[in-house]
Design a protein around this ligand. Structure first.
Ligand code: F0G
Length: 355
């Protein structure tokens, strides 16, 4: 299966000689989630709800960032850049490092020190990126990237690069292609607010081209400790265990508000406890292992169910943005602790399993 730029080529205006750098990203599954739907109906008292999980953790580097990075890095090559740079809470850097390696570019990465999940950091290291961990948060790292980008020596591949969002809009295309129509509601985690903006671009484009008849309500969820859009102010010291969305000054803030308002959706926040509960629920009941930040979408849906914000017969899609393997420490911390180390002895093992 070709990557997103080839599959959706007619939605782009690049020519035949455009140097596509691809890892065959996209084409991720839209998984029916009956247990989540049951929980929504039980909490809300509504009927006929269908829930699907757009599992973006199955992209080549394990997150949705690959959709945007294929386009941003291809453009960097087309423009003759030798260096790409990004700030990241982890996933953007993993994707940049992978596509940068494939393109033969030097990838420069700035991370919030001590706040990047182990899997993401290990990816960037093995892909061969040059990495600086700052004594500061993502927002400060992005400020440095903007400064260095202004020198003209490096190409910024954060989502302030418009090609990123133009690539990520294909997530919305795939959801519509799989359902045969746009969903009624999209639930999505919000960090730097690029992805909610990109999905809205995609849904609008499909509706404008009459491929779909409707557009979904866009429902974005920030983590409570970094809920700048909800609180209508920058958060100087964002805090959440959902480190991927630990962002206090989202770059696409206004575009995300526009997506919310144009679609009749909402941007709300979920607590770390709600995020962890959804993270555990998805793994233990649906067999889907996403990273904690990704579970903010499902946590948001469960919260909305309790607040009577879901409608009868709604088709709902929750975007699961990243793979659970990115963050093994959280899995071990919040997973089922029923484990034992025993001698190689059948009787003792049987006893532990209560067989
Ligand atoms: N989920 C995951 C797993 C992420 O890595 C991110 C963002 C988001 C959700 C939020 O998406 O920023 O478009 O609103 N991660 C960025 C990074 C910031 O550096 O990897 P957003």
């Amino acid at each position: 299966m070709a990557g997103i730029l080839e599959r959706y080529r007619k939605f782009y205006d690049f020519g035949d000689d455009f140097p596509i750098i691809s890892l065959e990203e996209g084409n991720t599954p839209l998984i029916p989630a009956k247990k989540v739907a049951d929980a929504v109906m039980q909490k809300s008292g509504k009927k006929g709800i269908r829930v699907f999980l757009k599992f973006e953790g199955l992209n080549p580097t394990g997150s949705f960032k690959d959709r945007g990075m294929t386009y941003a890095v291809s453009q960097a090559v087309a423009q003759g850049h030798t260096h790409i740079i990004c700030a990241s809470t982890g996933n953007t850097s993993a994707a940049a490092a992978a596509y940068g390696a494939r393109a033969g570019l030097k990838t420069l990465i700035i991370l919030p020190g001590g706040k990047v999940a182990l899997g993401k950091l290990s990816q960037a290291i093995l892909y061969g990126a040059s990495i600086v961990e700052i004594d500061g948060n993502f927002d400060q790292a992005l400020d440095i990237v903007r400064d260095l980008g202004a020198t003209g020596k490096v190409c910024i591949v954060n989502s302030i690069n418009p090609y990123r969002l133009q690539g990520q809009k294909t997530g919305a295309f795939e959801v519509c292609d799989a359902l045969g129509e746009a969903p009624d509601d999209l639930y999505i985690p919000v960090g730097n607010a690029g992805n909610i903006t990109a999905y809205w671009i995609g849904f609008k484009e499909y509706a404008d081209k009459d491929i779909t008849r409707k557009r979904p309500r866009m429902n974005g969820y920030e983590a409570e400790g970094s809920a700048a859009i909800v609180l209508k102010r920058k958060i100087e010291k964002p805090e959440t265990l959902a480190t991927a969305i630990r962002i206090g000054n989202p770059a696409s803030w206004q575009a995300a508000e526009a997506a919310r308002d144009e679609s009749g959706g909402r941007i709300d926040s979920v607590t770390d406890d709600e995020i962890v509960a959804a993270y555990q629920f998805l793994a233990a009941n649906e067999g889907v292992f996403c990273e904690p930040s990704s579970a903010a979408s499902v946590a948001g849906l469960l919260k909305a169910s309790e607040l009577d914000q879901v409608k009868d017969n709604a088709t709902i899609v929750c975007v699961l943005t990243g793979n659970g393997l990115k963050d093994p420490d959280s899995a071990i911390k919040f997973g089922n602790p029923e484990r034992a180390q025993l001698p190689a002895d059948s009787a003792q093992v049987a006893e532990f399993f209560k067989l």
